[in-house]
Design a protein around this ligand. Structure first.
Ligand code: HEM
Length: 515
């Protein structure tokens, strides 16, 4: 008698043999594209390249040196084009943007995108446009203005808690920056009252913050290489159980969102001066004649997108910029000098000062270049047959743009692996999606709609932390000892803790929310 496990593996074997047959038949029928690429394993193709322990964007950058700026990989049954040059990125994201604007169908998109009702995973259609319009309630300049007071208070509270750490006691800045964003973004999504546990919510809702943090950290550890995405006909077997883990996390997440929604529906409307948070704003729109068709799932899908897309990207950028500043003390000194000249030490930096902090912007731009938070742009796929660089690309081919390779390319950048903010002093290259050698927010139709908000949050958080606090490395540790080894799933992160001690840089009454 077979156990359940053995039966599953036997079935898997049968299906793999069938897949090998289908693959072989495709080769015989001449469906190969002729695009260069490394030889893959039978059936599984290049899936071993995606192993969690590998730094995929680096491996793929090295492959580009051998196979060129456009090569093909096979992930199970999926054909994937890897793009590693500014010119080809422009071809996909600008010249043929309309033909490559869809996202591939994935298990994550089905679950966390609420059957692709969100922005990230949705096909590029009228519904996607509608969701982007709803999302502007959170990401437009007007919304960002409304969130300003709450953003400042939360940042100052974070400074307080950093200062609570005794001098000479080291904190891991990676954790602190992530926790900071895990407070800031949910507060903007759910409103301050709910997050602070001050709403009418009963106990099940009041620790929403704790539950969200825990779930987010579990989600970050999740292995996203789901067998069903690469072998759709094997999805029901869920070999390795990745899909079951995603389903479980999604259910927990969905419950938290439903609780939050119920609690907010029972709330009295917040005072007009208070930022109600995105979810409450969407619930108010849902009560109007114009918004009555917006479903609860659409609200949850949008909130989930912004929760997932906002937190990791901002905290990853801040983590890398702080690590580079600890490694490059002369850059840090120059930044502090600029802060002293523009803002002084008699008041705390404000968002209105940012426009004058030119060197701060150069430091952040250089961090976006050297350490893109999203090393591959989110996957796109060909919506019909297309031709790229003279090669025929069949419908439904996935396209991955390797930003990491493009932004470190010696063809586009002098001394590409060094951290040199000064390289932006006399050049107009920007991150807005017009310069295809620097695309931290992507470009074209599917460009990041949170670019303004993300950029602002990185700038104001960095300026506030550096102006108010003095950061030092542990005694005996040299700047060059800061370990920059990275790892990445969708977003990039430092592998080792970033240990620093902090002490106040401004007078105590300016450093705290409590005074
Ligand atoms: C430093 C911060 C951020 C970085 C570096 C970043 C980067 C990116 C990148 C590279 C993409 C893919 C673009 C493409 O495929 O061409 C993206 C998409 C997206 N981002 Fe951001 N992002 C940041 C902050 C945010 C924030 C704060 C939000 C909202 C709260 C956000 C919401 C989104 C959404 C909804 C998409 C999907 C757009 C679509 O598919 O149409 N991002 N982001």
């Amino acid at each position: 008698m077979f156990s359940d496990m053995s039966a599953q593996w036997l079935l898997l074997l049968i299906f793999l043999v069938l897949t090998a047959f289908v693959y072989k038949t495709n080769v015989i029928l001449g469906k190969e594209t002729g695009i260069p690429g490394p030889r893959g394993w039978p059936v599984i193709g290049h899936l071993p390249l995606l192993h969690r322990k590998k730094i995929v964007h680096r491996t793929m950058m090295n492959l580009a040196q051998k196979y060129g700026p456009l090569y093909e990989l096979r992930l199970g049954m999926l054909k994937v084009l890897i793009i590693s040059s500014p010119d080809l990125a422009k071809e996909i994201l600008k010249i043929q943007d309309a033909s490559f604007a869809d996202r591939p169908l994935t298990v994550m998109g089905e679950l966390f995108g609420y059957q692709r009702k969100d922005i990230i995973y949705s096909p590029t259609d009228d519904h996607w446009r509608f969701m982007k319009k709803l999302g502007s309630e959170f990401m437009s300049s007007k919304a960002m203005q409304k969130q300003q007071v709450s953003r400042h208070e939360t940042l100052m509270t974070a400074v307080d808690s950093l200062l609570e750490c005794q001098q000479n006691q080291f904190i891991d800045l990676r954790e602190e920056l992530l926790d900071m964003m895990l407070t800031l973004i949910p507060q903007m999504l759910f409103g301050k009252r709910l997050i602070a546990g001050k709403s009418v919510a009963k106990s099940s809702e009041s620790n929403i913050m704790k539950k969200l943090t825990q779930l987010f950290k579990e989600l970050a550890k999740l292995d996203l290489s789901v067998v069903g995405d690469c072998f759709p006909f094997l999805r029901w077997l869920d070999v390795g159980g990745a899909e079951a883990r995603i389903v479980k996390l999604h259910l927990q997440f969905d419950n938290i969102l439903s609780d939050a929604m119920n609690a907010l529906r029972r709330e009295a409307p917040p005072a007009t001066s208070e930022d109600p948070g995105l979810m409450q704003t969407l619930l108010s729109i849902q009560r109007t004649e114009e918004g009555k068709n917006i479903t609860d799932d659409e609200i949850k899908a949008l909130v989930t997108d912004l929760f997932i897309a906002g937190i990791d990207t901002i905290s990853s950028t801040l983590m890398f910029v702080m690590a580079e500043l600890m490694r490059n003390p002369e850059v840090k000194e120059k930044l502090l000098k600029e802060l002293d000249e523009v803002v002084g030490r008699e008041r705390v930096v404000e968002e209105s000062d940012l426009v004058n902090l030119k060197y701060l912007k150069m430091v952040i731009k250089e961090t976006f270049r050297l350490h893109p938070a999203v090393p591959f742009l989110l996957p796109r796929k060909s919506m019909g047959p297309a031709t790229v660089a003279g090669y025929k690309v069949p419908k439904d081919t996935q396209v991955l743009i390797n930003l990491y390779a493009i932004q470190r390319s010696p063809e586009s950048w002098d001394d590409p692996t060094s951290f040199k903010p000064e390289r932006f002093a006399n050049n107009l290259i920007d991150v807005k999606g017009q310069d295809f050698c620097l695309l931290p927010f992507g470009a074209g139709r599917r460009q990041c709609p949170g670019m303004g908000l993300g950029g602002l949050m990185v700038e104001i958080t960095l300026a506030t932390l550096l102006q108010i606090l003095e950061f030092s490395l542990p005694a005996g540790m040299k700047p060059e000892d800061v370990d920059m080894t990275e790892e990445a799933t969708i977003t990039s992160a430092l592998v080792s803790p970033l240990l620093v001690s902090v002490k106040p840089r401004l007078s105590p009454n300016l450093c705290s929310m409590r005074t």
